[in-house]
Design a protein around this ligand. Structure first.
Ligand code: ZN
Length: 50
């Protein structure tokens, strides 16, 4: 299943679970100085229909 994730700052990513989680962790680290766990990043994502 694919997911879409939008950050409060307007940044967005879309893709498979592992990919969006990794991209979000990287984004949080670089732009927000924030360390997200896998579960925290996934909690921000919304599943896409197909
Ligand atoms: Zn952001």
């Amino acid at each position: 299943m694919n997911y879409k994730l939008a950050c409060d700052c307007g940044w967005e990513t879309e893709g498979a679970e592992a990919a969006i989680v990794e991209a979000t962790q990287e984004h949080g680290r670089q732009l927000h100085n924030m360390e997200l766990t896998f579960q925290e990043a996934l909690a921000m994502a919304q599943p896409l229909e197909d």
